[in-house]
Ligand binder design. Structure first.
Ligand code: NAD
Length: 342
């Protein structure tokens, strides 16, 4: 089978990881890289002399059979639209778009044109999250009560998007994926300490129809670097710590059991402190797994695991959270009727 000709649009801090990974894939030919920055283009040209390096996204797309978009968020919608209109399978970085209206328009266009879209919700390709998903599906944790994540560190302070839109796509996509449903209401509070109008610190709460609560703490103004998710179930509790190089997943056989004769007395609840298991999780790089999946999707050998519709769902939650953030944490209802909001 001939190699899939792929172009990357946007080769900045993150996009260059796409470039490097694609350049190393045996079934891919990295044909073009587009970046608006002359400095970036020089760098890429020196590193990959055989690759077309251009400032024109249309030129890069013209050379390719599939395209990866890793430009700043505001450009995702127009570039994805162009790729779909050209019939090119597209992997677009998170956040899919900055408004539900743009996201819904792309979902529709992709469906009408029959062009597959993968949204770069990287954590959904993480082997530890895959494992967690199957544990929840197989009822190993019992009833999921609540989950919370911490995605904090010092920097990178972004001038064009707040901590919610920068980090939130990860936490929201994971919560929706693990729980298998979108939240019914959200509330977010945050503060802009460094730049006016751009929240550096955001606390987001999502409430699901099942009663599950999910909380995400997001910040680039924090002394710690944390990438951690805790899921608390009635039988077991799990911690996914992405800062650990090996033992990323810990399963705690812990909980509070309610004996059958349980009445209304708290003292009849029994604390259970069992073993902690550390399962072996494959160490494959999530970006490499994501791009392998994208190649299979572009070749029509697989359906997108994170498609445009699920990208749009995450955008809808983030937009509702933004609304709440602007009103200092007012609870915002998310119903299917909100599907058309901008
Ligand atoms: N999945 C992840 O884990 C992850 C991690 C980091 C960033 N990202 C996402 O990747 C995207 C890029 O982030 P980044 O950190 O690399 O940003 P960045 O600012 O470092 O890079 C963006 C690059 O795009 C170029 N660019 C801007 N507009 C362009 C246009 N219209 N056409 C061509 N090039 C253009 C810029 O010159 C720059 O080199 C963002 O959407 C971000 O949220 C995802």
């Amino acid at each position: 089978m001939s190699r899939l000709r792929v172009a990357v649009i946007g080769a900045g801090n993150w996009g260059r990881n796409h470039v490097r990974t694609l350049a190393g894939m045996p079934d891919v030919e990295l044909v073009a890289v587009c970046d608006s920055s002359p400095g970036r283009r020089d760098q890429i040209s020196r590193q990959y002399p055989d690759v077309l390096v251009t400032a024109e996204s249309e030129q890069a797309m013209g050379a390719a059979e599939a395209v990866v978009i890793a430009t700043p968020a505001a450009t995702h919608a127009p570039l994805t639209r162009t790729a779909i209109e050209r019939g090119l399978p597209v992997l677009v970085e998170k956040p899919f778009t900055l408004s539900p209206r743009d996201a819904d328009a792309l979902v529709e266009l992709a469906a009408v044109r029959g062009v597959p879209v993968v949204v770069g919700h990287l954590l959904l390709f993480h082997p530890a999250i895959e494992r967690l998903r199957s544990m929840i599906k197989n009822d190993e944790l019992g009833t999921v009560y609540y989950l919370y994540s911490q995605r904090v560190n010092l920097g990178q302070v972004r001038p064009d998007e707040n901590a919610l839109w920068s980090f939130g796509p990860h936490d929201v996509s994971v919560a929706l994926d693990l729980l298998g449903q979108p939240p019914v209401r959200v509330a977010a509070q945050g503060r802009s300490y460094l730049q006016a109008g751009i929240e550096d610190v955001v606390f987001l709460t999502m409430e699901f129809e099942s009663g599950v609560l999910a909380h995400a703490q997001m910040s680039w103004l924090d002394p710690h670097k944390e990438r951690r998710l805790t899921v608390v179930g009635s039988r077991k509790m799990v911690v996914f710590d992405d800062m650990q190089s090996r033992e990323k997943l810990k399963i705690y056989d812990r909980g509070v059991d309610r004996p059958p004769e349980y009445g209304s007395y708290g003292e009849s609840l029994a604390i259970r402190e069992g073993d902690i298991a550390i399962p072996r999780v494959p160490t494959d790089e999530p970006l490499s797994l994501e791009l392998k999946h994208f190649v299979a999707v572009a070749r029509r050998q697989a359906r997108p695991r994170v498609d445009a519709a699920s990208g749009a769902e995450v955008v809808r939650v983030l937009a509702a959270a933004s609304e709440s953030l602007a009103e200092n944490g007012r609870v915002v209802e998310l119903t299917p009727a909100r599907a058309g909001i901008s």
